[in-house]
Design a protein. Structure first.
Length: 99
């Protein structure tokens, strides 16, 4: 299993990147409103994700925020990103919304 923090970074980054394909820069703007989450963008590319709170809560808050702006398709996107990561890391704790 990968380092837990790295797995959550990969998960959150994937969700942000895939959501950005649908809603553009709003995906990053909205992600940066989540307490405990900072998306670092340099020259219009996502370079890093900083998680300073419980990563399960941060992930859930992010998905819920995206659902508010995009509707149910946001959950579909998040689950598509989550599935392969969960297969590699079956012990990963997920927020209820992604179970």
């Amino acid at each position: 299993m990968q380092m837990v923090e790295d797995v959550y970074k990969k998960l959150i980054m994937g969700i942000v990147i895939q959501t950005r394909k649908n809603v553009g820069g709003a995906a990053i703007t909205q992600a940066n409103t989540i307490d405990g989450l900072k998306v670092i963008v340099i020259k219009n590319k996502i370079k890093d994700i900083e998680i300073t709170d419980d990563p399960v809560k941060v992930t859930g808050d992010l998905v819920e925020k995206y659902i508010k702006i995009m509707g149910p398709v946001a959950l579909t996107i998040a689950k598509k990103v989550t599935d392969p990561i969960l297969k590699e890391n079956p012990e990963l704790k997920l927020p209820e919304i992604l179970k």
